[in-house]
Design a protein around this ligand. Structure first.
Ligand SMILES: *Cc1c(COP(=O)(O)O)cnc(C)c1O
Length: 497
């Protein structure tokens, strides 16, 4: 009510009745030295053939099994969450609470160390030392808006951001005065932006993407209500350009917006950019009737160092490129880089001029710390440093693939990739321990700079040992995964005869 000085009654009051919450939690056998236990998540099947009835067919070891599609929202979450407790009025207890919070954090840190040790499935480079940047933690650094336009908020890191963008512009061969870009919050934001620019350039364009494209590409199509045509893939995971051509010819009257994968999420396949462009030209699409966005989230910074890889370059008729900063680059917080042609952004921002300032980013506030981390790591490693790391990753990936095969396990490694695809382990606990990403019958390990031969050996030994308990019939039998990785990579009974 106007004029009353009464405080709103806190909805949290009841929580602190009686003995303090801290005591209650501590009484439940909290051991600050232990690693946080987590329940096994339900098995989630994705991207397989959905039969429309919520069931999915999964072929294991030659038998057809029907598994229920299980996505259970919210299960187990509340039993393991760290509840927020209201501070007690009593100061002494507050001291207890500080100690309690410190122990929660210490335990969490231990868990992080443990989880980092056994991480293999996601393409995150966990090998870094950003100790020198600890001093910046105390600042609220925010690069809201356009990196190239000053804002009134002074606590920003635009100098670092533009420096990083210039580095990527040079890598992807576009002049300083011809590009526009920004440091995004993740690879997904780069895709959302690249596809949006494509849609602004061609409002009636059709989005083409291979079916093994990242889910964020299809999310963009839904968000922007664009017509989207899925293209078939080869066994390697690359876009199938003959199917692409067929689909282009059906839609010749509409401009084309194409997502090209510089490394697919599951198989690490690199679409042949040159062949994509050639296919467009052969199908009668002149350069002013298509827009190509390159999704380099995964390998955008690895490909430039691999000979034979189709070069990503703005000297070719492409519209934008994005990359994730927390994957190969090894930034400890999610971020990404998006670069496009300035001419497109001028078109895009004219559309939104009534917003008073140039607004060409997807997000408003942007993480101002991320550009500093990127700047720091680019300066320390440089072109040569990345080149060395890429070579190491490719070498170690070959080692892993060879040893899997020697152990009688089907495995595939694309030529330009450090993603090793192999049979899905039959034990969810093993999958969980090594944090493997699985899809249908296959799993993968993405060999990043922190994945050493020693680590791979521990993994391989454990896999081989566990495997002997998963397939008890006589001796270990390999399930057939030829459909996913090709007959030449499959070592099941049928394909090794
Ligand atoms: C990881 C990934 C993305 C999304 O990146 P985020 O940074 O996780 O949002 C997009 N495309 C590909 C191919 C990826 O591997």
């Amino acid at each position: 009510m106007v004029g009353t000085s009464e405080l709103m009654e806190s909805p949290f009051l009841d929580l602190n009745n009686g003995s303090s919450v801290v005591e209650k939690i501590l009484a439940e056998g909290f051991n600050p030295a232990s690693v946080v236990p987590e329940p096994l998540p339900p098995v989630v099947m994705t991207n397989g053939e959905d039969h429309g009835d919520g069931e999915e067919e999964v072929v294991v070891g030659g038998n057809i099994k029907i598994k229920k599609r299980e996505i259970v929202l919210g299960r187990n979450v509340h039993t393991t969450c760290l509840a927020v407790t209201e501070p007690d009025a009593n100061d002494e207890v507050t001291g207890d609470k500080d100690a309690f919070m410190a122990s929660v954090l210490a335990r969490y840190r231990k868990t992080l160390l443990e989880k980092t040790k056994y991480h293999l499935g996601y393409p995150y480079n966990l090998d870094f030392d950003y100790g020198a940047l600890g001093q910046l933690q105390h600042f609220s650094i925010n690069n809201l808006g356009d990196p190239f336009i000053e804002s009134n908020y002074g606590v920003h890191s635009r100098e670092f951001e533009v420096g990083v963008l210039d580095w990527f512009a040079r890598l992807w061969e576009i002049e300083k005065e011809e590009y526009w870009g920004y440091i995004t919050n993740c690879g997904t934001e780069g895709n959302l932006h690249g596809i949006l620019v494509g849609r602004e350039v061609f409002p009636d364009g059709i989005l083409y993407a291979s079916k093994e494209s990242h889910y964020s590409v299809f999310k963009a199509a839904r968000m922007y209500r664009m017509d989207c045509v899925k293209i078939a893939t080869l066994v390697s995971g690359e876009i199938d350009c003959s199917d692409f051509k067929d689909k282009l010819l059906v839609n010749k009257d509409k401009p084309a917006i194409i997502n090209v994968n510089i490394g697919t999420t599951v198989k690490g396949a690199v679409d042949d950019l040159d062949l994509v462009i050639q296919t467009l030209e052969e199908s009668g699409f002149s350069h002013d009737r298509f827009y190509i966005h390159c999704d380099g989230a995964l390998f955008g910074l690895m490909m430039p160092f691999v000979k034979r890889a189709p070069k990503v370059s703005f000297k070719k008729p492409i519209g934008s490129v994005s990359v994730s900063g927390h994957k190969f680059v090894g930034c400890p917080m999610p971020c990404g880089v998006q670069i496009t042609r300035l001419e497109h952004i001028n078109a895009l921002s004219r559309n939104v001029e009534y917003l008073a300032s140039r607004d060409a980013t997807i997000m408003g506030s942007r993480n101002g710390h991320a550009p500093i981390f990127l700047w720091y790591t680019l300066n320390r490693k440089g072109y040569k440093g990345f080149q060395k790391e890429v070579q190491k990753c490719l070498r170690n990936a070959h080692y892993l693939k060879d040893r899997l095969r020697e152990s009688g396990i089907s495995a595939m490694l694309n030529e330009l990739s450090s993603t090793v695809v192999f049979e899905r382990p039959q034990d969810e606990e093993f999958v969980r321990r090594w944090q493997l990403a699985c899809q249908g019958n296959i799993a993968h390990v993405v060999v990043m700079p922190n994945v050493t031969i020693d680590k791979l050996n521990v993994f391989l030994d454990e896999l081989v040992e566990k495997r002997s308990t998963w397939y008890q019939v006589d001796k270990v039998q390999s399930p057939c995964i030829a459909a996913e990785i090709g007959a030449e990579n499959c070592v099941c009974k049928i394909h090794t005869r």
